[in-house]
Design a protein around this ligand. Structure first.
Ligand code: GLN
Length: 516
């Protein structure tokens, strides 16, 4: 038998009712049954997971007390596990195996967690629906006609489909929280720097965070406990001491000041989601929390600011995929042949012009020949054209544009200033309240294919999540029930830097209270 939360499984393990090997096999059975349809796992190594499970069983038999012994996890395929493929949902990393493990992975491994496979995601974590993966879209396990959200869609769906206890995703603009909302699971984006980014393939380095997803707030808290903390391999990881997160789950919200930012309840929010949130707010109030309407006046600039800064950083980070250092390389012989063919053609033309005595044209053409890209440059360009998908190319173009000399001040510089204002809004509001309670997404999940033609609608999907990344603050999404279209709805909680504890406390109280 499988246990939905890790906590339950752990109790069964501790009572000797099951062992790690059995847990891993039962999840693999689930994957065998449903993965073909849902397209959640891109790669997995059953033998490896089973052999580590047996090792953990043995260590436990000898008395080892590992905090996450037997926690079966799916890992978003932007996070490196040494010796295993890492694709980032892209063709460009085809055939590349990680040379080292992410710090979060090393810590989880030491804690006894078992990695069951790598989960599908939007290419380089760019997207909100998991439709941008070179491996095809992930389907929402609640209703396979719908997207699971993105970009950590595979990680959220894996938990929702019962293919693992918990998973790791990454959140640059909402990619843990939004799929958590669409799939009805818990997802945490920690404070920027709380969890080392070492071994997380970079999308937008000043935003990227690794975050856990699970069935319960407690499971997510236990994962955070293990992966949080300073890392000498990531100079942006924080030295702020790590709290004891389990202790935060008191079940009480008595005396907490909860803010409702009015900009998050404005036009564009699905009416039913608004009502569901309202119910939660009333319940929290009944339990002794103080509710206050607050304002974050620069909220409306979030999405534009994010898409300027994130694409700028992405255009630089993705420059390294050149066909030489990593993964996919175009057919070099074919490129060489086409370069030769072109050179031959132009030389013939020059010769013909020379014969005809057209020296002016000869000069023009010779200059053109000198400026032609070299074989190496052609290999870079062709590899990138073939290896990257459309969304990634669009973002590299956009990012290169906003960083170009002529437009830097107008776009990148201005966006940096807007980012500072958004951050200040949060700092000010957290003088008055402990937590902000907001919708996670404007609508529940949408149908696969329904928004691919409209990137702006897709980008607006992130309207409630990106500002936390711009400010670097933590955010937690917990499920609060089902919409009338039958899909889950999530609620977002935000707090000041490094106060994950208060999020976990409120999130846990909300989840204990789902019968209201
Ligand atoms: N949907 C956002 C984007 O496409 C966020 C992605 C993320 O958090 N990785 O950039």
């Amino acid at each position: 038998m499988k246990y939905s939360t890790y906590r339950d499984a752990r109790q069964a393990l501790d009572k000797g009712e099951t062992n790690c090997e059995t847990l891993v096999s039962s999840f693999f059975k689930e994957i065998e049954t449903a993965n073909e349809e849902l397209n959640i796992f891109i790669s997995s190594d059953e033998e490896d997971a089973l052999s580590r499970a047996r090792e953990i069983d043995q260590m436990r038999a000898q008395g080892a007390d590992l905090p996450l012994a037997g926690m079966v996890m799916g890992i978003k395929d932007v996070i490196c596990i040494k010796g295993k493929p890492v694709t980032c949902g892209s063709r460009i990393l085809k055939g590349f195996n990680s040379l080292f493990s992410a710090t979060a992975i090393d810590r989880l491994y030491e804690a006894g967690a078992l990695f069951i496979g790598k989960t599908n995601c939007d290419e380089f974590a760019m997207g909100s629906s998991n439709e941008n993966s070179a491996f095809g879209p992930v389907k929402n396990p609640v209703n396979p006609e719908y997207v699971p959200g993105g970009s950590s869609g595979g990680s959220a769906a894996a938990v929702a489909a019962g293919m693992c206890h918990a998973s790791l995703g990454s959140d640059t603009g909402g990619s843990v929280r939004q799929p958590a909302a669409f799939c009805g699971v818990v997802g945490l984006k920690p404070t920027y720097g709380r969890v080392s980014r070492y071994g997380l393939v970079a999308y937008a380095s000043s935003f990227d965070c690794i975050g856990p997803l699970g069935h319960s707030v407690g499971d997510v808290a236990d994962i955070l406990q293990v992966i949080a903390g300073e890392d000498p391999n990531d100079s942006t990881s924080s030295t702020v001491p790590v709290s004891t997160y389990r202790e935060a789950l008191t079940g009480s919200v008595e005396g907490l000041r909860i803010g409702l930012p009015k900009e998050y309840y404005a036009e564009g929010l699905d009416g039913e989601i608004g009502e569901m949130l309202d119910k939660q707010v009333k319940e929290l109030q009944r339990q002794g929390a103080t509710i206050k309407e607050v304002s974050l006046p620069n909220t409306e600039y979030g999405v534009a600011t994010y898409y300027i800064l994130a694409t700028a950083e992405a255009s630089s980070n993705l420059a390294r995929y050149d066909g030489i250092r990593y993964g996919y390389r175009t057919d070099v012989d074919a490129v060489r042949a086409s370069v030769k063919e072109r050179e031959g053609r132009l030389t013939e033309e020059v010769n013909a012009l020379r014969k005809a005595g057209d020296t002016a044209q000869v000069e023009v053409l010779e200059k053109e020949i000198r400026l032609l890209p070299s074989l190496l440059e052609e290999v870079y360009a062709t590899t990138r054209s073939e290896g990257f998908g459309d969304e990634v190319k669009q973002r590299i173009l956009l990012g290169t544009y906003v960083l170009s000399a002529g437009y830097y001040d107008a776009y990148y510089g201005k966006a940096q200033r807007a980012r500072a204002l958004i951050r200040r809004d949060f700092e000010e509001v957290f003088n008055d309240v402990d937590v902000l309670l907001t919708p996670a997404t404007p609508t529940p999940g949408f149908k696969i294919g329904s928004r691919v033609e409209d990137p702006l609608a897709m980008y607006l999907e992130d309207i409630y999540t990106v500002n936390a990344n711009l400010a670097g603050i933590p955010g937690l999404v917990v499920p609060i029930g089902n919409h009338s279209i039958g899909l889950p709805v999530g609620m977002q909680l935000l707090s000041r830097h490094f106060d994950e504890s208060v999020l976990l406390r409120v999130g846990d109280a909300v989840m204990n209270n789902q019968n209201i």
